[in-house]
Design a protein around this ligand. Sequence first.
Ligand code: TRP
Length: 78
Amino acid sequence: MNEAYLGEDYIVIKALENGVTIIGLTRGSDTKFHHTEKLDRGEIMVVQFTEHTSAMKIRGNAEITHRYGSTMSESVKR
Ligand code: TRP
């Protein structure tokens, strides 16, 4: 990696309710949570996959925009 490296595409996560959680999962042979971020309604976060993060888990109602389009996550009322 060098200073010209721009990395992976960005993903935009917009919270549609309070308390949406974004959890970063480690890259490599074991898969662990290494970072948790909470968003409140209307907040957005712009993120990339990195050498440390190969997957993300999103809990709650959110709109996720990425190179394949847009996906909604939902929270199920229990
Ligand atoms: N640590 C795993 C990896 O780097 C994380 C992961 C990526 C994963 N994609 C996955 C875990 C799909 C389960 C299913 O590969």
